[in-house]
Every structure is written in structure tokens, then in C-alpha cells.
Write a protein that binds this ligand. Structure first.
Ligand SMILES: Nc1ncnc2c1ncn2[C@@H]1O[C@H](COP(=O)(O)OP(=O)(O)OP(=O)(O)O)[C@@H](O)[C@H]1O
Length: 512
């Protein structure tokens, strides 16, 4: 067995060297060497070999997602351990797991499923020789339920931990528990932002390495500049998003949103206090009518027409909040004479509930002379690179789980994003060329955004959280949550544990 593995390791080493020496390989290596992560390659590898846990923070575009897992794979192959290493890198979403694995395979001159593969829910591409597997956080969490010690895995890399989704926080608890039982396992936590200290101290003071970011220049334009440049006028009547329902229903829906908007009053104060002396009276007038609670379909349509008519070539990525917004906006744009003309504009949507094959269409290049416009949710916010994106339009909101106190139920509502998210959205332009970002809210509103989004664990209603812990069979609810990076209010946990136990017993009795 050992002899076979040794032979396989040498074969992998020869293949890797042959690619790196080939012409295509050389030009790919040259590009990879230009990324900021390259300067830290040696120190990253040393830190990983000497410590069980390492926290890496890297600003957008530095190369942490595509390069760091590759550095580990390459160094293991160079050390003739290729056949025995097994690296798992988690991504918060399917689309990033798939697209990053394809990019890394291409950078290694391979097809997907050779040494690099992916696994997401109900889909996967990996072969017998796959050594670096990209998967969603949920996939790894579920594997841990049946394979508690992650047998055979040598490295786990958790990417985008700053997003603090529920699965990521759950995974950290389970991995922290696993580390003492697997002293040779290496864990690398990667974050796009600088709040690495919290993760480091959670893992007993794990070393931190920071990689500065790299993007081509991206010019940010906020609402006041957009209104100035497009000449679009905001009135109290043209900001009601038309969802195609009865008008009274629409008004009700938007009034409801207004009541729920957490920072609406802060936003109003910020807009009142903003210094807009340098802007035209028309822009100031428009801003005084701005409705922070609408997504602004008409404004988006106007901005897109402006880009198509006045700006240079390049695809546009529009960040929306969800399926209903994307679909309704798409219908509206399709009835616009310019944006709805398929010989000029290719309109695509990208949403979490779409099949991966449909999501992947956003990476294709359109016909010459056709501008690609992608309407996406925040699933396109991190880790992905759409090569031809030059313009980003950011509506400033994302759907977030929150609690409807009136109906005592969890609900998904559009909420303002954080500064970290706005930076990530802007970062989707400027990855292979310079770009422009149109933020559809005033600069003063951006200034009052929270630095980071509240972790999902702290904003999910406790009933859902407790049921999730039970369905994943993660043990006692209060004990499990007490081991979290930031645990929900300790007082309410025992109450909800009792609630869940009662429900479980009730269901068991009913089926007996
Ligand atoms: N599919 C791709 N096609 C072309 N270039 C790419 C592709 N994916 C990545 N790159 C290049 O590699 C660089 C680094 O990408 P990578 O995804 O590793 O960055 P990152 O540091 O993880 O940033 P982020 O957290 O914003 O995703 C990009 O800025 C881009 O220039």
C-alpha cells in the first residue's frame, strides 16, 4: 500500500512540475505570482506546518480563496505527500464552491475532478485522485455527523468566516471539539476582513497572518453623484416598486417595510445633516424625496440605461435582495426598449434557488456588442470572479432572517447591509480591470452602516436555532450554544431548550 502511494505521490509531483514548466503553465504562474498572497506564501506554509490553527485575513482580490488552498496542495505534492494529503476548503455558497474549484483546476492546467474537485448538495465533481475538495459549509457539517474525526483529512480551510452564517458558526464549534482528538489535522480560517482577533482568541490565540488586498481601481458613486450624472429625478411617486399587484397591496407592503426598517430614523437624520452644497438644486430636491425603504426599480432602470448609453463596454452586476425583486425587475427591464432588446443586452438572473447549471451562465461571455447584465442576490458577493464585470450596482440591502414580533414568527426581510458587505460588492468590479460601483444610497447613509453584519446565530429566532441543533444531532442545545464564538442570550436558551424537548416528546408520542 505504502509503495503504491509513494508511486502515486511521485507521479503527482512530475505532473505538477511538467505543467509549471510548460508555456501555458509559465504564464499562469506569472499571473499567480503577481497576486499579493504570493509574498506571504512561505510564511503561510510555515505557520500552517507549525500550528494546528492559523487565521488568515485577506482583503478582497488578494488571492486567498484561489491561492492558499493551492499553496498547501502544491507544497504537499512537492514534498511527495500528494497521495496522502486531503484538503477540504469550505465556501458559504454552492456557486462559489463550484466556480472557485473550476478556476483552481484551470490554474493547475487540469480538468475539474482530477486533483481538484467540488461537492455541493446533490452535485459533485471529484475523482479518485482528488486531493483538494471545495464544498459548501453545510456539506462538511453533514459529513462531520457521520465521520466525527474526519478520517484521512489533513487540512480543513474554512473560507469567508467573517460572514458568520449559522453553518459556519456551527462548524467552528464542531471543529474546535475535534482538534484535540486529531492533533495532526490543520485548520485554516480565512476572512476577508480584519476582525481576525476574535477567531484567533476563540482558538486559544492562533497566529494571524494578514494579506493586503488587490483590485484595479474601482470608482464609487453614491446616490447624490448618480442623480447628478444621470439627471434622474426622485419624486414621492416614482419610488414605489411595482410588484405588479394591486396598488393598495403594494403600498401596504412598503409601509410595513418602513415600520420594520431598523436604521430608518438614523438614515433620515444622516440625510438631513449631510452637506450637499456642491450639488445642483435638482439633486438636493430629489434627495429630500428619497425613500430609503424602496429598492428603487425605476432608479435601477435609469442607471442601467445610463451605463448602456454613456459608459464603456463591460458587464454589469446588480445586487438585489431576493427572487421577487429580481424577477419583477427583470420583467420591468425587459419592457424597456433598450434594456429589453436581446441584440443589445443579455439579461441574466442569479439566485440561490436556481440550479447550479443556470447560475453558471453568469460566467459566460456574451456575443460581441451585447452587454451582459446580471441581477443577483448577495450570493454573488464573495469569492466569485465574473471576468467581464466592470460595473456594480448596489441597492444597499439584503434579505436577512429576523423576528416578526407582531406575528411571533421568523421572517426574511430586506435590511441594510454592512460596510463590509458594501466593500465586497464593490470588490466584484476591478478584479481583472478597473471598474465603477453605483451605490443606490447617499454617502452619509453608507457612513452609518454597521461595520459588520450581526452573526446569524444572534439574529435567528431561538426556536429555529434549537430545532436546527436538534436536527443536526449536535447534542444538548444549551451546552452546544455555550461553546459558540458568540452565544445567544444565555437566559433564554434553557427556556427554548425546554420548548424543543417538549415538541420532540410530543411528536414522538404522536407517532408511537
Ligand atoms: N475565474 C477567474 N478568472 C479570471 N481571474 C480570476 C478568476 N478567479 C480569480 N481570478 C483572479 O484572481 C484574483 C484573486 O481571486 P481570489 O478569489 O483568490 O481573491 P480573494 O482574495 O479570495 O478575494 P475575495 O474574498 O474578494 O473573493 C482575482 O482578483 C482575479 O484577478
Amino acid at each position: 500500500m505504502e509503495r503504491i502511494q509513494r508511486r502515486k505521490s511521485l507521479q503527482l509531483r512530475n505532473q505538477q512540475a511538467a505543467w509549471q514548466e510548460s508555456n501555458d503553465g509559465q504564464s499562469m504562474m506569472e499571473f499567480r505570482r503577481s497576486l499579493p498572497a504570493q509574498k506571504e506564501r512561505q510564511s503561510l506554509l510555515e505557520a500552517i506546518s507549525q500550528n494546528q490553527v492559523v487565521v488568515v485575513s485577506g482583503e478582497t482580490g488578494c488571492g486567498k480563496t484561489t491561492q492558499l488552498p493551492q499553496y498547501i496542495l502544491e507544497s504537499e505534492i512537492e514534498a511527495a505527500r500528494g497521495a496522502t494529503c486531503s484538503i477540504i476548503c469550505t465556501q458559504p455558497r454552492r456557486i462559489s464552491a463550484i466556480s472557485v474549484s473550476e478556476r483552481v483546476a484551470a490554474e493547475r492546467g487540469e480538468k475539474i475532478g482530477e486533483s481538484v474537485g467540488y461537492k455541493v448538495r446533490l452535485e459533485g465533481m471529484r475523482g479518485r485522485d482528488t486531493r483538494l475538495l471545495f464544498c459548501t459549509t453545510g456539506v462538511l457539517l453533514r459529513r462531520l455527523l457521520v465521520d466525527r474525526s474526519l478520517k484521512g483529512v489533513t487540512h480543513v480551510i474554512v473560507d469567508e468566516i467573517h460572514e458568520r452564517g449559522m453553518n459556519e458558526d456551527f462548524l467552528l464549534i464542531v471543529l474546535k471539539d475535534l482538534l484535540p482528538r486529531r492533533p495532526e489535522l490543520r485548520l485554516v480560517l480565512m476572512s476577508a476582513t480584519l476582525n481576525a482577533e476574535m477567531f484567533s482568541s476563540y482558538f486559544g490565540g492562533a497566529p494571524m497572518i494578514h494579506i493586503p488586498g488587490f483590485t484595479y481601481p474601482v470608482r464609487s458613486r453614491f446616490l447624490e453623484d448618480i442623480l447628478e450624472v444621470t439627471g434622474h429625478r426622485l419624486t414621492p411617486y416614482n419610488q414605489i416598486d411595482d410588484y405588479g399587484q394591486e396598488k393598495s397591496w403594494k403600498m401596504q407592503k412598503q409601509a410595513l417595510r418602513k415600520r420594520k426598517s431598523q436604521i430608518a430614523s438614523v438614515v433620515e437624520d444622516a440625510v438631513k445633516a449631510a452637506d450637499l452644497r456642491d450639488y445642483s438644486p435638482q439633486t438636493r430636491d430629489s434627495l429630500s424625496c428619497w425613500n430609503p425603504d424602496s429598492i428603487g426599480f425605476n432608479l435601477i432602470e435609469n442607471v442601467l440605461c445610463h451605463i448602456c448609453q454613456k459608459e464603456r463596454d463591460g458587464a454589469v452586476l446588480v445586487f438585489m435582495t431576493g427572487w421577487d425583486d429580481i424577477n419583477t425587475l427583470k420583467d420591468q427591464l425587459q419592457s424597456n426598449p433598450l434594456l429589453g432588446d436581446p441584440s443589445k443586452v443579455l439579461l441574466l438572473a442569479c439566485h440561490g434557488s436556481m440550479a447550479s447549471s443556470e447560475q453558471k451562465l453568469i460566467f459566460d461571455k456574451p456575443e460581441p456588442g451585447v452587454r451582459k447584465i446580471v441581477l443577483a442576490t448577495n450570493l454573488a458577493e464573495t469569492s466569485i470572479t465574473i471576468n467581464d464585470v466592470v460595473f456594480v450596482v448596489d441597492c444597499g440591502k439584503a434579505k436577512e432572517t429576523s423576528y416578526d414580533a407582531l406575528n411571533n414568527t421568523p421572517c426574511l426581510l430586506p435590511t441594510w447591509i454592512s460596510k463590509a458587505s458594501a466593500r465586497q460588492r464593490r470588490g466584484r468590479a476591478g478584479r481583472v480591470q478597473s471598474g465603477e460601483c453605483f451605490h443606490l444610497y447617499p454617502q452619509c447613509v453608507y457612513n452609518v452602516f454597521a461595520d459588520y453584519q450581526l452573526p446569524e446565530l444572534l439574529r435567528t429566532p431561538l426556536q429555529s436555532l434549537c430545532l436546527q441543533i436538534k436536527s443536526l444531532r449536535l447534542g444538548s442545545i444549551s451546552e452546544f450554544l455555550s461553546r459558540a464564538l458568540q452565544s445567544p442570550e444565555s437566559l433564554s436558551v434553557p427556556f427554548f431548550s425546554l420548548f424543543v424537548t417538549t415538541i420532540t416528546n410530543f411528536v414522538l408520542c404522536a407517532f408511537r
